[in-house]
Design a protein around this ligand. Structure first.
Ligand SMILES: NC(=O)c1ccc[n+]([C@@H]2O[C@H](COP(=O)([O-])OP(=O)(O)OC[C@H]3O[C@@H](n4cnc5c(N)ncnc54)[C@H](O)[C@@H]3O)[C@@H](O)[C@H]2O)c1
Length: 331
């Protein structure tokens, strides 16, 4: 049985669908802080399966333990966490408590119930401000904000845990920029308020919820001066988790993989891909650079390809089409 923490969230729900489609047994837990219970109905509509759900907070260790008491959990895919960079700068303790304490509770409970397989949602943010591209798994690590620090601390904790007990099987997945949505349009990303990330922002502009897109900086050393990132379709990302699970289900060890496409697209290239895929004009204006942003970030994907057999399949226009297909129907 696989426990998915944060399984009603954006990436967790897509991964739940992929695992159910492969007839894996899963349990979902989430405190619904940043997701809705209706996601469970969408998962059931897509897969015709209804996984058991616990509305539980990782900070509530006794309720967490109940999940392990009631189920034979062999592996945890750990998505649950807070992820808003700006908020983490304003409220670092909230982030340290939720993400780090929550993960400590999870790991202590896993150890107590002899569950020693975990796949962790890390991020390309752990590469800090590295400037040599592409980023490979041995690129230097660093942090630029409290959210990134929680990811790096949790990675470090997992490295220490594995060093102390090599029966653990651990995969650290460093995501680049997940966008897109399930092709059904039933699950996707729906952030509250003004989004930090490009694609939700573009969708809000496309729908008329926001007047125009701010493009932060057009004088970077890139193809058109705007920032370049490695966008990956959430469906590809979800498939990467299934591959990671297959990798560690029967072996021990600690493995780290980038999950990206290896291709960078500038902000204006994404805008134009969105316009082309959906036949909608996006108003934008050039705004000053945001502090902490770097010109270009993209992944070296060789290790994931060689060791996991992971290759992203979807292109940037697919990502733009599927993002909008989900977002346009939201009320
Ligand atoms: N989306 C991205 O761009 C991105 C990039 C890199 C890494 N990540 C990481 O991937 C993971 C999933 O991201 P996502 O985009 O699906 O985010 P999300 O907010 O949609 O999903 C996270 C889920 O975790 C739940 N959660 C948070 N704290 C919890 C707690 N203490 N107990 C129980 N549930 C809790 C939330 O309610 C939410 O449903 C996160 O750890 C995030 O940091 C995301």
């Amino acid at each position: 049985m696989i426990l998915i923490t944060g399984g009603t969230g954006y990436i967790g729900s897509h991964t739940a669908v992929k695992l159910l489609e492969q007839n894996k047994n899963i349990i979902i837990m989430d405190n619904l802080y940043n997701s809705k219970k209706e996601v469970l109905t969408s998962i059931e509509t897509i897969t015709s399966k209804k996984p058991r759900f616990y509305q539980t907070d990782l900070l509530d260790i006794s309720n967490l333990e109940q999940i392990f008491q009631e189920n034979q959990i062999d592996c945890v895919i750990h998505f649950a966490g807070l992820k808003a960079v700006g908020e983490s700068v304003e409220e670092p303790l909230k982030y340290f408590n939720n993400n780090i304490t929550g993960t400590i509770n999870l790991l202590m409970t896993m150890k107590k119930y002899n569950c020693k397989k975990i796949i962790f949602s890390s991020s390309a943010t752990v590469y800090g401000t590295a400037e040599t591209m592409p980023l490979n798994e041995d690129s230097p690590l660093g942090v630029t904000n409290p959210y990134g620090r929680t990811k790096l601390v949790i990675e470090d904790m997992l490295r220490d845990l594995h060093a102390s007990d090599n029966e653990f099987g651990i995969v650290l997945l460093r995501y680049f920029n997940p966008i897109g949505a399930h092709k059904s349009g039933l699950i996707g990303e729906n952030p509250n308020g003004i989004p930090n990330n490009l694609m939700p922002y573009i969708c809000k502009v496309a729908k008329g919820d926001l007047h125009q897109l701010n493009v932060f900086g057009n004088n970077y050393d890139t193809i058109d001066g705007t920032g370049v990132r490695d966008y990956i379709h959430v469906e590809d990302l979800a498939a990467g988790h299934v591959k990671a699970y297959e990798k560690i289900k029967d072996v021990n060890g600690l493995f780290t993989y980038n999950l990206g496409t290896g291709n960078g697209y500038s902000v204006l290239q994404v805008v134009s891909a969105f316009e082309k895929a959906n036949d909608i004009k996006i108003n934008y204006k050039i705004a000053p650079r945001r502090s902490g942003d770097v010109a270009t970030v993209y992944a070296d994907t060789k290790k994931a390809e060689t060791e996991l057999g992971f290759i992203a399949e979807y292109g940037i226009e697919d990502m733009c089409r599927d993002s909008w297909n989900f977002y346009k129907n939201l009320r």
